[in-house]
Design a protein. Structure first.
Length: 497
């Protein structure tokens, strides 16, 4: 069965999905003039530097449930976690150092893809019966494909996407990775660690999306900074090994990696799949998950929130994932035969001593909790959209969902533990759950790219070039304001006549 599942994942993460990710990513990159490179400084100045200067505030005049920083903290909390620590470690263990190169390539195009999907999520968001703003891929499929373009079949990609996202509800790796780390560091039986983990999940999700945003805004920056500083210490102490590590990355990226130590060797095609799939799982660019929380942010322009999406990918992959991979390669444990969180913990233990393994295990536990909490918000938003016409039923199902949410993760741990499955098998499940929604979401983004480019042009004129928008180029920056905007434009035209 495992062999069949591996073949299925190889098919799903074959040439078609890699072509659509890279093709769409480079198309958006070219059309925006390599924005994520040329205007990287602008991305930072309008995101993290603005928070440092002005604090955790929403955009003036912007509407939403949470601040932009709380949105990105929830999204980073949902992405920076087991994917960065267990996922990329597994990529190293089974694909070798060359996987990191393809992780970088996917992240490079992922920055603009995340910016686009977040912007579309914010643009097409809508109010529920309580006046609260929600959005995401299923919303821009309904409004962009359905209402705007008149495609009655919008429901088909929405159902496939929603089903793909909900597959992660049942096939989830967060609980297992965290429990594996606690077992490795403290010797706690995986089942007991899993129970402790779901108790923490229950405590955190009681506060709902608003509560998650506030918690993530406080916890995630501290966790990321701590992890980054610890990894940098190991790299600096082992700086003489850095040139060899870089050589291994670039040689392995194109030539494959021969068997060495406990490493079985990997082909070029397998290495590309490992890098691409783990990048998407880690930074979620193109997956369609993050727009669901970003759409609730207090912002006055979709591209402003989109900048946070680009920043999110940079921090997640170009910083955290890269540091994880470097310490695994530099300490030489990548070919030890270990996988997942256990491999990352082994790298820290080798680089900083036994005590560091315990400290990082606690960090992984916190990363895992914020990841699960972030995904709790994503599932809730899809459920809200699905049942928006039945408020009473929606409230009942959401109450049940809050109780049932952590259960599948525990079930996954129990099955894997009782069946004695290897850790890398768990990550096969993760690759499966990312492929389908990513393919659908990116195809829809391509169909709605005209809307994104109009929003991008408007933003660039106003906030980068700092010019007045020409009357013929004026647009409604939110879909729910489009009718009002078009009526005002018609009135203006009639007056001019």
């Amino acid at each position: 069965m495992l062999k069949f599942f591996e073949a299925l994942v190889n098919f799903l993460w074959g040439l078609p999905i890699i072509v659509i990710i890279l093709g769409t990513g480079f198309y958006f990159t070219f059309k925006t003039g390599f924005f994520q490179v040329v205007h990287l400084r602008h991305i930072f100045s309008e995101t993290i530097m603005k928070i440092i200067k002005k604090g955790n505030k929403g955009e003036e005049g912007g509407e939403g449930l949470i601040t932009p920083f709380e949105a990105v903290s929830t999204a980073i909390g949902g992405s920076v976690g087991v994917g960065n620590i267990g996922g990329v470690a597994t990529a190293m263990a089974v694909g070798g150092p060359g996987s990191l190169f393809w992780l970088w390539i996917a992240a490079f195009v992922g920055m603009i893809l995340k910016m686009a999907e977040v912007a579309l999520g914010v643009y097409y968001r809508e109010r529920d019966e309580k006046g609260e703003l929600y959005g995401g891929p299923t919303y821009y499929m309904e409004k962009g494909l359905g209402e705007e373009k008149g495609h009655k079949w919008w429901i088909i990609p929405a159902v496939i996407f929603g089903g793909g996202i909900f597959s992660t509800f049942f096939i989830t790796v967060q609980n297992y990775t965290v429990s594996e780390a606690m077992n490795s560091a403290f010797g706690i039986p995986i089942i007991y660690a899993s129970i402790a983990y779901i108790v923490c999940n229950y405590i955190i999700i009681i506060g709902g999306i608003k509560g998650l945003g506030k918690l993530a805004g406080k916890l995630v920056p501290f966790m990321c900074l701590f992890y980054i500083l610890a990894a940098l210490y190991i790299i600096i102490v082992n700086i003489e090994n850095l040139p060899t590590a870089i050589k291994l990355i670039f040689d392995g990226a194109f030539n494959g990696t021969a068997a060495v130590g406990g490493f079985a060797g990997a082909s070029f095609r397998f290495i590309v799949r490992q890098g691409m799939s783990k990048s998407v799982f880690s930074n979620e660019a193109g997956w369609g998950s993050s727009p669901m929380i970003h759409a609730s942010a207090q912002t006055d322009h979709p591209i402003k929130q989109g900048l946070w999406g680009a920043f999110e990918v940079f921090v997640d992959t170009m910083v955290v994932c890269t540091l994880t991979c470097f310490i695994i390669i530099i300490t030489g444990v990548w070919s030890s035969g270990k996988t997942g969180a256990d491999l990352t913990l082994s790298a820290f233990e080798t680089g900083m001593g036994p005590a560091s393994k315990i400290v990082i295990a606690v960090g992984i536990f916190l990363f895992g909790v914020t990841t699960s909490s972030g995904w709790y918000a994503y599932y809730e938003i899809i459920l809200r959209h699905l049942m928006k016409k039945s408020p009473r039923l929606k409230d009942g199902i959401l109450k049940f969902y809050k109780i049932f949410y952590p259960v599948p993760g525990f079930a996954m741990v129990a099955i894997v533990t009782l069946k004695g499955m290897p850790g890398q098998a768990v990550w096969l499940f993760a690759d499966f759950t990312t492929a389908v929604p990513t393919f659908v979401n990116i195809a829809v983004m391509l169909a709605l790219s005209g809307t994104f480019f109009k929003l991008f042009k408007d933003y660039k004129t106003r906030y980068i070039l700092k010019q007045e928008v020409k009357p013929e180029d004026e647009i409604a920056v939110f879909y729910n304001e489009k009718e009002k905007f078009e009526a005002a434009q018609r009135e203006k035209l009639n007056k001019n006549r």
